[in-house]
Design a protein around this ligand. Sequence first.
Ligand SMILES: C[S@@+](CC[C@H](N)C(=O)[O-])C[C@H]1O[C@@H](n2cnc3c(N)ncnc32)[C@H](O)[C@@H]1O
Length: 222
Amino acid sequence: MIWTLIAQILGYTAGTLTESSIVHMLVSGLIAMSLRLSLPWILLNLLLPVIFLLPDVNPFFPLISLILLLLVFAPVLRTKAPLFLSNDLIIESIAEELPNNSFTFFDLGCGTGSVLRALAKKFPNGIFYGFELGVVPFFVAYILSIPHKNIKIRYKNFWNQDWNKADFLYAFLSPDPMKKVTEKYKALNQKPVFLVNSFPLHLHHQKEFIAGEQRLYVYKQE
Ligand SMILES: C[S@@+](CC[C@H](N)C(=O)[O-])C[C@H]1O[C@@H](n2cnc3c(N)ncnc32)[C@H](O)[C@@H]1O
């Protein structure tokens, strides 16, 4: 990304490795804040340049960082859907579509489970399932969801789940898998309501909400 490059250039013209890393950290952190990225991304941008300093402290640190990054992002090579999170406006738009009586909700690729936790609080009668293949996001989702009795986080591939068991499906993935998602959805007997963030199905949608940079498309059985 261009702004990361700018931060690096400013950082590495700043002198010693320590000074460079601090400048890089501040510039990338400020740019992340000005782009209104979410808190985890701002923290990542602030902390990542520090990795360059840590070989002095612990020579294994770059290796540990690489393993951690792989645990978060390696499934992307298979799933073609990286980890990024739904924003608060999207969660509010999803909530507008959910009923107050009992229902089952599947988040196909739940990431850290933030959507499920926000909804599970608002809808105590709903049962919320999250399927996730990224090791670190799965553990974060699993641990943070323990206090919520109506959330079930599974380390499972969502393609192998029975989507007919859901009343509501939610997906925030990438353009790549959406044709296959559409085919699987079209083949269901009783079509659940499908709420799709940003990367639409190859179908006509009934409603659309604009939520900042994200968009929610709503598909209902016709
Ligand atoms: C863009 S994130 C969305 C996270 C969360 N649903 C949200 O909206 O905040 C997509 C997630 O789907 C996961 N994923 C992609 N394909 C998957 C699959 N076949 N089975 C389980 N998880 C998958 C990825 O690992 C990633 O964490």
